[in-house]
Design a protein around this ligand. Sequence first.
Ligand SMILES: [Ca+2]
Ligand SMILES: [Ca+2]
Ligand SMILES: [Cu+2]
Length: 296
Amino acid sequence: MGSDDFYPEERPVHRVSVDGFLMDEHPVTVAEFRRFVKETGYVTLAERAPAAEHYPDADPDLLVPGSLVFRATTGPVDLRDVSNWWWYVPGAQWRNPEGPDSTLHGRERHPVTHIAIEDAEAFAAWIGKELPTEAEWEFAARGGLEGAAFVWGGEFAPKGKMMANTWQGEFPWQNLKTDGYEGTSPVKTFAPNGYGLYDMAGNVWEWTSDFFTPFDGDGEHACCVPHNPRSASPGRSVVPDQPGAHIPRRVIKGGSHLCAPNYCLRYRPAARQSEAIDTSTAHIGFRCVVRSTPGA
Ligand SMILES: [Ca+2]
Ligand SMILES: [Ca+2]
Ligand SMILES: [Cu+2]
């Protein structure tokens, strides 16, 4: 797991082992999520109004159901300020990914988006599966290649061929769409990895069950190869000195159609990012696993 060649949170490279499991071959699609909602009446987090007591500093106008939507800027902006391109849009949810006036027309086989971790867990429980741990997800993404930068090998675009739906050009204003897609793409558009898994790089980020913790710093893994490692407690996942720092954060993996080399070169198996458990966005989805020992 991990990489020493890109971002600090991926360091150091270390060895883990995981038991056998099966994984969905692509992220859960709009059509699949629709069936879940139809049969259960499930209401996603983005469709519920945030409770004022959890957000004492919030603008009351924003304490309405909604979700984070990406809007490209007209030119280069300060990349340290994500509010330049992320907008909390009232009425944005999985059925209306860009806001109330948008539809899913033609996107039934795209990954479902605007899914918070609790929504992903609810779907998994309903269908009799579980969410992968970070270690399982990364093992699966590598597709049998040891230490390769990308899920298909060492080169981003072998012989010029685009292997995943990412962002080509200067983020967040110049989307060249060399891969053919500005936003999400239908699952299985790009070739699978060595384990037959599609969209392990790009398209949408995918939730894992682990709370986000640094790989280094605690020395707990120094002596041995952790077996089925998991990070089950929210304690160390909070990011000090950030707005919303008290909200626990889980690991998301794989990068998305918004990941670009000038900002976020994270369409790689080692890449990891944290996302708050109260958050849904237009570029995060999920897929499930079945373990040989359920709940292990
Ligand atoms: Ca793209
Ligand atoms: Ca993905
Ligand atoms: Cu990214």
